[in-house]
Design a protein around this ligand. Sequence first.
Ligand SMILES: *Cc1c(COP(=O)(O)O)cnc(C)c1O
Length: 366
Amino acid sequence: MSDIYLKCIEYGKKYKEEEKRVFCDCGGLLQLEFNPIFNVKKIKNRDKNLWRYRELVPINNDDNIISLKEGFTPLVEYKINGYKIFLKLEFIFPTGSFKDRGATVLISKVKELGIKRIVEDSSGNAGASIAAYSAVAKIECDIFVPENASPNKIKQIEFYGANLHKISGSREEVFNRAKEFSKNFYYASHFVNPYFFHGTKSVIYEIFEDFNYSLPDTIILPVGSGSFILGIYIGLNDLKRSGLIRKFPKLIGVQSENCAPIHKAFIKKELSIQKFEKKQTIAEGISNSNPLRGKEILKAIYESEGDCLIVSDEEIILSQKELGKSGIFVEPTSAASYAGTKKYIKNLKKEEKIVVILTGSGLKSL
Ligand SMILES: *Cc1c(COP(=O)(O)O)cnc(C)c1O
């Protein structure tokens, strides 16, 4: 028996993990009750992949680990008009996006719970990650995607042997269909299932090690459903609990102006979000008009004294090209964080140490 619990974020009802719950009885979302300690001395000489943070990953038995030795992505210095920033190359992963951080942990948990078949819905990258790690674990998976998702992402999901379901209609429709399907199987969703965040959080431990056990002033990343920013928030709380940091870096979320529910709530200083009347955007990976965990995303941004910025498709395309001139090829969704950074730097009054997260490979969007 494990001492990890899943707790409703609304009313606090708790479930043992063996109950395999993904939602609360009240329909609310769950978070993990799992409060590990980061021990620098223990960790620093281990192999350089995500599993060096072993005690901070909520898997009970090593035999259940499903890993492709992911993580330890490069952190590179870069100049924007003479201003020095750091790029964290989170597209350097087995499947070409940071989603592998979440998938390695979630699929390990799926194995640990003895589950044989899972369901996920995604605009593409999370589906590819879940499909790849399910293949490693020999777990059957059904991936629901919007029929207009990137052809390369759809092919990648099929390549790993997943059962693919192409759904017409909105992103919400895709979610509803997957949720319905998951009545019979386990819902391994990257934005609902809390184990996923306990994988994505590892990026902050890496950054903490990259900067010799300190953190930058500011972290800029694209935000859609929140699987990355919420992981970062959990990781920051882990470091704080371990007595290693006092203050959080500012978390700056970047959204597309065509689909910006978090930005809209943020500028009105609201605590929860409303569905956004979205338009088509090239940044498909953050094109979620109604993120389920909106409240939690806003809390992470407010608590870190961060910000939420919007960028246009034109700015995204320009940014993608600009990065290409330095040999860095990212997909449009990922270029949004660079476009946001250019805006952010323009308005800065004093110098900050900034890490910009590049989330997905350009090969995905050819
Ligand atoms: C998933 C994804 C994002 C956004 O992450 P969320 O978890 O939806 O906030 C950003 N960039 C890329 C490339 C992605 O695949």
